[in-house]
Design a protein around this ligand. Structure first.
Ligand SMILES: NC(=O)c1ccc[n+]([C@@H]2O[C@H](COP(=O)([O-])OP(=O)(O)OC[C@H]3O[C@@H](n4cnc5c(N)ncnc54)[C@H](OP(=O)(O)O)[C@@H]3O)[C@@H](O)[C@H]2O)c1
Length: 304
């Protein structure tokens, strides 16, 4: 059985390191990331999600450094391979994995994921080195990300032909991005035993309640939710009301708990210890069916 079946939630690290989207170095830096990591572990988070492309490798370096400082802790590490079009040969996957391991300071990762599908190269061709990563002991388990339902099933079949199971698929999923629920992918995962890892489960921060049409996030993030911030406010008000009725759960905690109730494994990103602690407070309890149905109704327009 995959270690992922034992986990409720993880920590996302896309914002760890430089890059155009998150503004690393402006308002948060190395010290905040160390505190984020430590606070997450102390709050019971055991899965860290990173990728070779996050901060151009810096995110993996941060994760590796912080892991080394907490050698006594069992932490599961997931990272990703980026199939850039210029990466012609399938053998590049194992080289990229070795580079990730070096940055992480680990002999193997718990989960190695293909970050996105890469047509015209066939899924079958990429699954061969992905399976090889498990056989060579460089990855304990493997997954895919941003694959459609059909692509995921093809990956599962190709891996199975090498005797390796597809453990997970990592897809965007939140109250403001419900497409992978409506298109049947989430149900397919439940049917086939593939763990559905939900990325951007807080809508890249839009569900936190701190952004509005009058106060949008800076940088390119506002483009991802262009024209939607107004509609998101009514949903945030509903989350706030529900959290208060639940004895002080926050907007973010209720939003993450809804993902848990749907069967997803959310990996919210956090830039500081306060965010990390708050997000971890989504674990250990569940909204009831009526509350989930109410949020389903309030978010029914967000089908993308
Ligand atoms: N496979 C893929 O293609 C893919 C794509 C995207 C993400 N991911 C993974 O999924 C992870 C999570 O997604 P994400 O980082 O895009 O978005 P997210 O988890 O929906 O939002 C994270 C952002 O929301 C804000 N936030 C988080 N907790 C908060 C709190 N308690 N209170 C107030 N604000 C809070 C922070 O930014 P501000 O403070 O700046 O608002 C934080 O960086 C990533 O880190 C990455 O590991 C994977």
């Amino acid at each position: 059985m995959s270690f992922l079946s034992q986990l409720e939630m993880g920590l996302g690290t896309w914002a760890w390191g430089k890059g155009v989207v998150w503004g690393f170095g402006k308002g948060y830096g190395d010290k905040d990331l160390r505190e984020t990591f430590n606070a997450s572990l102390e709050a019971g988070i055991r899965l860290i999600d990173t990728a070779e492309v996050y901060g151009d490798g810096e995110s993996e370096v941060f994760v590796g450094r912080f892991l080394k400082e907490r050698p006594e802790e069992k932490v599961y590490v997931a990272t990703k391979f980026a199939p850039f079009p210029y990466r012609f040969r399938a053998s590049v996957l194992l080289k990229a994995l070795q580079s990730s391991l070096k940055r992480l300071g680990l002999p193997c990762v718990d989960l190695y994921q293909m970050h996105w599908p890469s047509p015209p190269r066939s899924i079958k061709a990429w699954m061969e080195p992905l399976a090889q990563a498990v056989k060579e002991g460089l990855a304990k388990e493997v997954g895919v990300s941003n694959f459609s339902r059909g692509q995921m099933l093809r990956a599962q079949e190709a891996l199975a032909s090498h005797g390796v199971a597809l453990s997970s698929t990592q897809m965007q999923y939140s109250l403001v991005r419900r497409g992978n629920e409506f298109n049947g992918l989430l149900d397919e995962c439940k049917k086939t035993g593939v763990r559905f890892i939900a990325y951007s489960p807080l809508g890249m921060g839009m569900l936190s309640g701190k952004y509005s049409p009058q106060n949008p996030p800076s940088g390119p993030r506002r483009l991802f939710y262009w024209g939607q911030l107004g509609r998101i406010q009514a949903l945030v008000a509903k989350l706030r009301e529900m959290g208060e009725a639940r004895g002080g759960k926050t907007v973010n905690q209720v939003a993450l708990n809804w993902v848990l109730c749907k069967g997803g494994l959310p990996i919210p990103g956090a830039k500081n210890a306060v965010q990390a602690r708050e997000n971890a407070g989504a674990m250990g309890w569940r909204l009831n069916e009526a509350e989930v149905a109410e949020l389903d109704g309030a978010s029914r327009h967000f089908r993308g």
